[in-house]
Design a binder for this molecule. Structure first.
Ligand code: AMP
Length: 216
């Protein structure tokens, strides 16, 4: 199964992506998480991407596409995968289609997480992320058991540089200008499934599960 998680920053793609991947038994390919890992490891691509990410801008298409191509060619993606945060431009969507067609594959569904902008800002500004395992929390909605400490691995929780107010504004602008038009692209292909991504993570997961089960 090949699934695409689509939606603005703060829509809950990361949280749901991990759960869906687990439930379906496919790897969760998050381009943002891969870039953060490469940046933390000090690689050239990671360092290159970090500047764009900190400002809340999109990383250039070619860099992202090369990375995805390499990732989905790995053996664990043979039985399918979930893409979280890719594609984010029409050019990326077109290249992905060609890439998959060359492999005799296609997207089963694009799950579009729909959330109002004021709620996105509230979610992003209150988000805290584990520096080691990447688990996410929210200062009000999903607080850790011990303030500033990850429940899962005990490492420190930090605010991502791109979750600062100026970067949040840029990310939402980038989404509206470059990413939202991709909805039209998938809408025309008939693969788009809308998910009302409000309520608790459990509520959203129940909606996602219903959609994924309907694909079988
Ligand atoms: P995310 O973790 O999905 O919110 O992504 C964090 C940041 O990584 C984004 O704000 C972009 O700077 C970069 N990024 C992740 N995926 C892509 C993509 N498909 N195209 C361009 N930039 C991306």
């Amino acid at each position: 199964m090949i699934l695409v998680l689509f939606g603005p920053p703060g829509a809950g793609k990361g949280t749901q992506g991990a759960r869906i991947a687990d439930a379906v038994g496919i790897p969760n390919v998050s381009t943002g998480a891969i870039f953060r890992g490469l940046a933390a490891a000090g690689t050239e691509v990671g360092t290159q991407a970090l500047g764009y990410m900190k400002r809340g801008e999109l990383v250039p298409d070619q860099i992202v596409v090369d990375l995805v191509k390499e990732r989905i060619a790995q053996p664990d993606c043979e039985k399918g995968f979930l893409l979280d945060g890719f594609p984010r431009t029409i050019a990326q969507a077109e290249i992905l289609d060609t890439m998959l067609a060359d492999l005799g594959l296609g997207i089963d569904a694009v799950l579009n997480f729909d959330v109002a902008e004021d709620l996105l800002i509230e979610r992003l500004s209150g988000r805290r992320t584990c520096i080691t395992c990447g688990a996410t929390y929210h200062v009000v909605a999903v607080p850790p058991k011990v303030d500033g400490t990850c429940d899962a691995c005990g490492a420190d929780l930090v605010q991502r540089p791109d979750d600062m107010p100026e970067s949040i504004r840029t990310r939402l602008r980038e989404y509206a200008a470059k990413t939202e038009p991709v909805l039209g692209y998938y809408g025309a292909k008939g693969s788009l499934k809308n998910i009302e991504a409000i309520g608790s993570p459990e509520d959203v997961f129940a909606s996602v599960t219903a959609v994924v089960q309907s694909l079988d």
